[in-house]
Design a protein around this ligand. Structure first.
Ligand code: SF4
Length: 207
């Protein structure tokens, strides 16, 4: 007997980062649940363990709460915030990343998705959050602008559409992203582009 467990209703917030970076990356990491664990991924996991301590504590004038589970029924997103800070009545999510600020705004989309979930849970508006990059040991403040919020809403809808379709999207047109992508040995984007040229219908045979 086969059992149809259906489409997962909620998408992990971290997958918004993958989708903002490249739809095919989202396809590998979520639709096919594949992830190459290379040294960069492993290092990122280890560094995250430094903030995975849980609990609530006062740091200076701020209250910090680590590892907070949030979700949005509207966007069908769910996941963990690394850190939530409350300072002078203002709440901000803080995300930790192993590298340095990238050229692409996928980290910003992930952080904003956390904020949208938090807003829905708490019934508040969150103006900004921050990303702490271990490589530079600096915090980048991210304003949750109407444009960024709209991008996250589009990504959440696109994630549901891609999961329902169940096929791997084609490689991104932004080739520079592939050079920084840990999935390149699995994805072989250049080879696929060479094989299929610009025929969009051809991608359906790659899954
Ligand atoms: S290698 Fe390029 S096309 Fe493939 S998943 Fe990574 S970014 Fe996307």
């Amino acid at each position: 007997m086969t059992m149809d467990i259906g489409q997962p209703e909620y998408i992990p917030i971290s997958m918004i980062n993958a989708l903002a970076y490249c739809p095919r990356r989202f396809g590998y990491e979520f639709i096919q649940a594949e992830m190459l664990v290379n040294e960069h991924v492993a290092e990122g996991t280890l560094r995250h363990q430094g903030v995975d301590l849980g609990g609530k504590e006062w740091i200076g004038a701020a209250v910090q709460q680590r590892r907070v589970y949030v979700w949005s029924e509207r966007l069908k997103l769910a996941g963990l915030c690394d850190l939530i800070e409350e300072r002078a009545g203002q709440i901000e999510p803080v995300e930790y990343k192993k590298g340095r600020p990238g050229r692409w705004a996928s980290d910003h989309a992930q952080l904003c998705a956390q904020a949208l979930c938090l807003e829905e849970r708490l019934g508040i508006t969150i103006a900004q959050g921050a990303i702490f990059y271990f490589a530079t040991r600096r915090r980048e403040v991210v304003a949750f602008t109407p444009a960024l919020r709209a991008t996250v809403e589009q990504l959440a809808a696109e994630a549901q559409r891609l999961v329902a379709a169940g096929t791997l999207p084609p490689p991104t047109d932004t080739r520079a992203k592939c050079r920084d992508c840990s999935l390149q040995p699995l994805c072989l984007p250049d080879e696929l582009r060479l094989l299929h040229g610009t025929r969009t219908d051809a991608w359906q045979h790659d899954v």
